[in-house]
Write a protein that binds this ligand. Sequence first.
Ligand code: SAM
Length: 318
Amino acid sequence: MKDSYGRDINYLRISVTDLCNLRCKYCIPKDGIEKIDYSEVLTFEEIEQITKTFVELGVKKVRITGGEPLVRKDILNLIKKIGSISGIEDFAITTNGTLLKEYAKELKESGVNRLNISLDTLDPKKYRDITRGGDLKEVINGIEEALKLGIYPIKINVVLAKGFNDDEIEKLVNITKNNNVEIRFIELMPIGQCKEWSLGKFMPNTIVLDKVKELKEVPREDKSSPAKYYKLPNSKGKIGLISPISCKFCENCNRVRLTCDGKLKLCLHSNEELDLKTPLRRGQDIKELILNEINKKPETHNLEDGEYIGRNMVEIGG
Ligand code: SAM
């Protein structure tokens, strides 16, 4: 499926819940968010139906996200359903890793072939602070389990925040020396109700290259990937830099997002959404709606200066 700028839209990111077992300060407000009424949340059957429609339209890559996807009741049943849709060549999940130790094996068996795990610090106290109560050990156990099972690639997403983890950049980069994992530094985005927390903490990703001079750029395998890649000499793993703020990557954007309440988002940095749930529940064919909507995918981020995305990241899925 091509958009009006000729970009091939072949990647669907599905948020399966707005609930999360952590309260990361840049992602979710302290008191949580107003919960979406359960009746408004897409059922597994609806998610499956929408995914199949997207696959018929040319989607080949699907990522499950949240909230925290692993807290959704019976999530493995959904993962199995999606994992068995023929036409999906790449099936990934983004998780905070806290429940991964218990789920990793079944995720692998259900066809998940990529894992992105969010981890912003290696210090248990700082982890507890940034996540408002999380236990770092759970995430480390989850990552170790996934490595033991041979899940590859494992990408660890680190959101950079000034005064919080700039002093850990070298330590995080050094993980890739002996482990075949990808550490991906992501620029902090001021978004939703957490935008105030983020202001003043932004650091451009170039700080990673300033701090670790031995990093050398390597070619990216997937041209639609938003990351630029680097390696330490002789390292097993690599470093990815994702710079949505300092450097846009809209030209090769191949993705659209589905929120857990059935809204199609064409661009993370836009407040525009199309409701797919209501027409689906009315028995309408959503294929035409999607095809029409795809043509409206903006060429590039179109928020005016000083304007922010309304939804919190926990409601979009990253
Ligand atoms: N719960 C899962 C997790 O923790 O990975 C999936 C959802 S989370 C919203 C997806 C990704 O968005 C995480 O890697 C998180 O760090 C990132 N994220 C959330 N808020 C962000 C922000 N304000 N700026 C940059 N990345 C953000």
